[in-house]
Design a protein around this ligand. Structure first.
Ligand code: 5GP
Ligand code: ZN
Length: 115
């Protein structure tokens, strides 16, 4: 169920536009508005859950099950030399949007702006 005032729930509902990378019944993936590297993508469950601590196993399972497919789609489209997966939980650990998300960060080498 959509969580009031959650920006990512609004993205899933189409209330806020996004550049969609992938979608199915359980998962939505879209380009991060602030591209740390080219193709920087966020993968989120359609079920609102604050972060990893509050995520039921079945929601986490469906989310992570789709990650390899989405990572390969990004790899094919952008041809990075590597990719980092990141997940921030709680403010101190740099979580700024409180709807669980996995960052897929394509890496291109020393000049890709990510360190
Ligand atoms: P966090 O810091 O919580 O791990 O990551 C949140 C990410 O969401 C940030 O990288 C930020 O750029 C991205 N973000 C925040 N608001 C929006 C938005 O409205 N649209 C998109 N596509 N990304 C967003
Ligand atoms: Zn949400």
């Amino acid at each position: 169920m959509a969580h009031e005032d959650c920006i990512f729930c609004k993205i899933i509902d189409g209330e806020i536009p996004s550049a969609k990378v992938y979608e199915d019944d359980d998962v939505y993936a879209f380009l991060d508005i602030s591209q740390v590297t080219k193709g920087h993508t966020l993968v989120i469950p359609k079920t609102h859950t604050k972060n990893i601590y509050e995520t039921p196993p079945e929601v986490a399972g469906k989310l992570f099950e789709r990650v390899p497919y989405i990572a390969n789609a990004i790899k094919k489209a952008y041809q990075p030399a590597g990719m980092n997966l990141l997940n921030n939980n709680e403010k101190l650990a740099d979580q700024s949007v409180f709807h669980l998300h996995i960052h897929l960060l394509p890496r291109y080498g020393d000049e890709d702006g990510f360190s």
